[in-house]
Design a protein around this ligand. Structure first.
Ligand SMILES: Cc1ncc(COP(=O)(O)O)c(C=O)c1O
Length: 429
């Protein structure tokens, strides 16, 4: 047996025995009141990573003794329900895009939020907790949360409502990917898929959700009250990113970040993150990634809300003329307005570029994401080219491609089997 493997086996044996003893004594008072579990976990991870580099037995034994000490002080990492799995998402270096641009392109893996698997988990939890604090929601009373959403916020609300003893009623446009409404039904939400309509129409999905909440509250035959979640206008939205996503990015990058890139649907993410990060890093560049048909690009660049696709007779579909779901809008919402002054620039991303990027990420990095994440990555890569090598850019991976199989990923030109996408070609298309 090689000398080195002897060390590892001996090491593993000692570590195993230590863990077994610790486990048997887990009920004794080894956990001081003020133990900071995050710090301890980090210390343990550092020691464990050192373990793989050790090639003499004495050092190995010393390291194991140190691990033993931190394990003794540790207080575990058990999450409090599904809500406990929201936030603290990993920041991933997208290797292919970083190598191709000479910049570090980092993406916050928001699809790993544990309840509804998107950044909207943070917002839904914030909305529900705020309403609970104000006495507007009482568990198991029949209280129902109503929301108008293209899907993600609804899915997060539906999951968290179940966990907290509420019902969810979701109004969404009927041209969104069908798997989103299927998932909502499986989560026990009531779903109304409605014809896409402009915001002035009373049957527009957001207006309808507001009306349904009012009808519920006014109906004496219905149990509990209706609460309109109001993600586009509520303060709870941007605040969730101001207190969560922003500080996490700051901590994960050690404060070394040159630019933040994000699409905007309600605008809560870009505003909340910009407000936090710019308070710490005034030179940070905040850039909006915008799909075709959205008026936000022109709002940021020129102060007017207008897209050429809005011209009479040119619009193919409805409010935002794109295959992309979740970002792009043609009205200014409170959540976008809160941080608009901090958005320095905007990058337009064509549908074909988003489709090409989604495919590139699968083929080069094994990352399978939805349309808004692909838009973010195109914009981050374009920005990297503008800034030049040596910069660090942070963006978001919002949701999984599994949410978009029947629409965005159903597109014929989106494959995944062959490595035939050129980054230059997709950025210049
Ligand atoms: C998948 C996805 N990505 C991004 C966003 C945009 O986030 P925000 O509403 O914070 O602007 C949304 C909004 O619903 C979304 O559903």
């Amino acid at each position: 047996m090689a000398d080195q493997s002897k060390y590892y086996i001996t090491g593993a044996f000692i570590l195993g025995a230590t863990l077994a003893i610790l486990y048997q004594h887990r009920n004794f008072s080894w956990f001081p009141e003020n133990a900071n579990s995050d710090q301890l976990l980090k210390q343990q991870q550092k020691l464990i990573s050192r373990f793989s580099k050790i090639d003499d037995l004495d050092t190995l034994k010393k390291s194991l003794a140190e691990i033993d000490q931190t394990l003794k002080r540790g207080c575990g990492s058990i999450k409090e329900g599904i809500e406990g799995c929201i936030g603290d998402t990993p920041l991933i270096k997208i290797k292919s895009l970083s190598e191709a641009t000479g910049c570090e392109i980092l993406a916050k893996a928001e699809f790993l939020n544990g309840a509804g698997n998107s950044p909207k988990d943070r917002v839904a939890l914030s909305i529900i907790e705020t309403a609970e604090e104000r006495g507007l929601l009482v568990p198991h009373s029949g209280d129902t949360v109503y929301e108008g959403t293209v899907g993600s916020t609804g899915i997060s609300l539906a999951a968290i409502c179940r966990a907290r003893g509420y019902k969810a009623h979701i109004c969404m446009p009927n041209d969104m990917a069908i798997e989103k409404s299927d998932l909502l039904l499986k989560l026990g939400a009531e779903v109304e898929r409605v014809r896409p309509a402009p915001i002035v129409d009373q049957n527009q999905f957001v207006n309808l959700a507001r009306e349904r909440a009012k009808e519920h509250t006014e109906n004496p035959d219905k149990l509990g009250r209706g609460l309109f979640a109001d993600q586009f206008e509520t303060e709870a939205n941007w605040r969730a990113h101001f207190t969560g996503t922003g500080p996490e990015i700051y901590e994960q990058t050690g404060g070394f970040v040159d630019a933040f890139v994000s699409g905007a649907g309600t605008g809560g993410t870009i505003s909340g993150v910009a407000l936090f990060l710019k308070s710490k890093l005034p030179d940070l560049k905040v850039v909006l990634a915008d799909p075709p048909g959205s008026g936000l690009f022109n709002k940021v660049k020129y102060g007017v809300m207008f897209d050429p696709k809005e011209r009479e007779g040119t619009r193919r579909r409805h409010q935002v003329d794109t295959i992309v779901e979740g970002i792009g809008i043609n009205r200014v919402t409170h959540n976008f307005e809160v941080g608009r002054e901090l958005v320095d620039d905007a990058i337009r991303v064509a549908d074909d570029q988003a489709i090409g990027m989604a495919r590139w990420l699968v083929e080069n990095d094994g990352i399978f994401v939805g349309s808004s994440s692909a838009v973010n990555c195109v914009a981050a890569t374009k920005l990297a080219r503008q800034l030049g090598p040596g910069h660090r850019i942070v963006t978001l991976l919002c949701d999984s491609g599994a949410r978009h199989l029947s629409k965005f990923w159903a597109n014929k030109s989106v494959g995944g089997a062959e490595n035939d996408v050129s980054l230059d070609k997709l950025l210049d298309s």
